[in-house]
Write a protein that binds this ligand. Structure first.
Ligand SMILES: Cc1cc2nc3c(=O)[nH]c(=O)nc-3n(C[C@H](O)[C@H](O)[C@H](O)COP(=O)(O)OP(=O)(O)OC[C@H]3O[C@@H](n4cnc5c(N)ncnc54)[C@H](O)[C@@H]3O)c2cc1C
Length: 416
């Protein structure tokens, strides 16, 4: 079934009896050519592009819970291509191009909204750094503008321009960045993949790997053994646990990150704003809630909930930037599990085990990468060659001395 304005009108006139489930509920088959573990954004996108772009069949996505229940449905919905380093910026620009055509590709309203992102500048040194980043963005086609203080005031007059401690001196504006409705991305990819014959199997937890003579044969699951010629791992915060089942260690730690939503307000924020003197960023959802976030909780955990000191810290950041936020009541807070890599950049690579491929280490920035990550991982699984924008995302880069240290903070996940 294709979604269209005509279909909505027809269903409205006929009592909405014609809608079909967005994807089939199937039982696992004994074996597949490709098994993708993890039905988050990255896993579902991988399955979609494997089927659509690389013409592959016999594909299953195994999800231990329900589609949209992981970080893909827990993030703060921001998409952007405002990176600096050559290993990263072309990849995120590729993702941005895929976001721009996503709804047509999937025939699904994912509410892609390029409302712009302003990274605020508070010092002269920060302006130099953002100018350099903006140049990298322009060289890679992402576009960038350096705004002065008055231009920022025109965009967002409610910011605290009189704050003597953190004066606003300007901003790096990324107009093509913005927000996308997060769970709709999972649902849209799931529906599109299902339409191409991919089996999406929920409530199917992978509990082990069957590996013989260095080659993966299949996976043990709570719904029985499933054979596979190739297995792709896209389990985000659970990456370390799953790879340990295959006897592999990763340069990744799992941490909690929280998200915050206020009560619904009338439209006030024009786009996404990030505070350059503290860890706080904010946008406004179409329902009116201020959606904001900040630092990870700072300790290793697999719990999808965080603690009060970080809530206080993030709200203090909000108050320092835009005191009007103090009048809004906080409606919801939740946590998600981050797969924090040691340099803040991800991995899309083969592993030491034949037929086992790894995608992870997205830290708290993997949502924006979803389409490009899925595309690049599908290409690697289908052809054994990395996508041209993802060649730096190797698992051996620390041993080889090629860390992609985007923020220049070294191996410190809490500072990325
Ligand atoms: C609070 C918060 C805010 C964020 N904000 C942003 C943002 O604004 N912009 C941005 O770009 N990124 C953001 N992120 C990061 C982003 O959400 C993640 O990097 C990204 O969603 C991870 O990829 P995924 O969607 O595939 O993960 P997930 O949705 O977590 O998918 C992984 C799936 O694997 C499943 N799984 C785990 N173990 C098993 C198993 N044994 N067997 C089968 N299935 C298994 C899980 O149930 C899960 O559904 C944020 C994250 C959080 C938590």
């Amino acid at each position: 079934m294709r979604y269209s304005a005509f279909r909505i009108m027809k269903e409205a006139l006929t009592g909405h009896r014609g809608w079909k489930p967005a994807w089939r509920d199937v039982a696992p088959q004994p074996a597949y050519d490709f098994v993708i573990i993890g039905g988050g954004g990255h896993g579902l996108a991988t399955a979609h592009y494997l089927a659509k772009v690389f013409g592959k069949a016999k594909i299953a996505v195994l999800e231990k819970g329900y589609i949209g229940g992981g970080s893909v449905g827990r993030n703060t919905t921001i998409v952007r291509a405002n990176y600096l380093l050559p290993g990263n910026e072309p990849f995120y620009e590729f993702a941005m191009q895929l976001w721009e055509g996503l709804e047509q590709d999937l025939n699904y309203n994912a509410m892609v909204s390029q409302r712009g992102i302003m990274n605020l500048i508070h010092t002269d040194g920060q302006r130099d750094a953002f100018r350099r980043r903006g140049n990298s963005m322009m060289l890679n086609g992402a576009g960038a503008e350096l705004l002065d203080r008055e231009a920022v005031r025109r965009e967002a007059p409610f910011l605290d321009f009189d704050n003597a401690r953190f004066p606003i001196k300007g901003a790096l504006m990324h107009r093509r960045g913005g927000t996308v409705r997060h769970d709709a991305v999972a649902w849209g990819y799931a529906r599109a993949a299902d339409q191409r014959g991919v089996d999406i199997i929920q409530n199917c937890e992978v509990t082990g790997f069957r590996i013989e003579q260095g080659r993966v044969q299949g996976v043990e699951t709570t719904r029985g053994y499933i054979g596979a010629k190739k297995v792709g791992l896209t389990v985000a915060g659970a990456s370390g646990k799953l790879m340990a089942m295959a006897g592999q260690r990763l340069p990744i730690e799992s941490h909690v990150l929280q998200a915050y939503v206020s009560e619904a307000l009338k439209p006030v924020l024009p786009g996404v704003i990030t505070f350059g003197a503290g860890h706080f960023y904010v946008s406004q959802s179409d329902k009116g809630g201020l959606v904001f976030g900040g630092d990870i909780d700072g300790y290793n955990s697999y719990a999808s909930r965080g603690n009060l000191p970080v809530i206080e810290d993030v709200c203090e950041g909000g108050m320092a930037l835009m005191p009007i936020i103090g009048r809004a009541r906080l409606l919801r807070v939740w946590g998600g599990i981050m797969d924090m890599s040691m340099d803040g950049s991800p991995f899309i690579d083969r592993t030491a085990i034949d037929g086992l491929y790894f995608n992870g280490g997205w830290c708290y920035g993997g949502f924006k990468a979803t389409p490009a990550s899925g595309y690049a991982f599908a290409q690697l699984l289908a052809t054994d060659t990395p996508h041209e924008t993802a060649t730096a995302y190797r698992l051996d880069r620390f041993r080889a001395g090629r860390a992609i240290d985007e923020k220049g903070v070294g191996p410190r996940p809490n500072l990325h």
